[in-house]
Design a protein around this ligand. Structure first.
Ligand code: HEM
Length: 133
């Protein structure tokens, strides 16, 4: 049974653009992780201020494996800042110039764009979808 893992991010208004830029330049490694099924970055419109990072996995184990992987750490090197999420690599977490090089210059470069995060877990009970032509 698939599981959905949603990371709910608190993002100050002035950091929204920066957050979206970072995701646009994200490592993209999640796609090649075993058991990965779906990803969406959801921008809040009404009812909440939080961005949701929606991911769906074949199983809990697949998600756990990804979270412990290099791929996760690489994808979060910038997000981690000095706080080093889960003991992520590189002491200062912004070693990666992997993004498309739109410099993180102006003032709010290096640390996390989010001021808080909360992980929500769900089992998929039912689903439906439709491919657009
Ligand atoms: C410590 C809490 C977390 C924060 C503050 C955070 C924030 C971020 C940020 C800002 C990015 C953009 C990449 C970058 O900045 O270089 C990112 C990438 C991503 N995050 Fe998180 N994240 C956290 C934990 C998680 C968790 C638990 C999940 C699981 C649902 C998740 C799912 C993702 C995915 C799928 C990507 C794209 C990675 C890729 O393309 O390989 N994040 N995160």
């Amino acid at each position: 049974m698939s599981v959905v893992k949603i990371n709910a991010l608190a993002v100050p208004a002035e950091m929204r653009e920066e957050l979206e830029r970072r995701f646009a330049g994200r490592a993209g490694m999640v796609e090649s992780s075993d058991g990965f099924e779906w990803f969406e970055l959801l921008r809040p419109m009404e009812g909440t201020d939080r961005y949701l990072v929606y991911t769906r996995w074949r199983s809990e184990e697949d998600f756990q494996r990804w979270q412990e992987s290099q791929a996760f750490q690489a994808g979060h090197a910038r997000a981690a800042g000095d706080a080093a999420a889960q003991g992520a690599a590189e002491g200062h977490g912004h070693g990666q110039a992997a993004g498309p090089g739109h410099g993180q210059g102006h003032g709010h470069g290096q640390g996390p764009a989010a001021t808080g995060s909360e992980l929500w877990s769900f089992e998929v009970v039912q689903s439906a979808g439709r491919k657009q032509a």
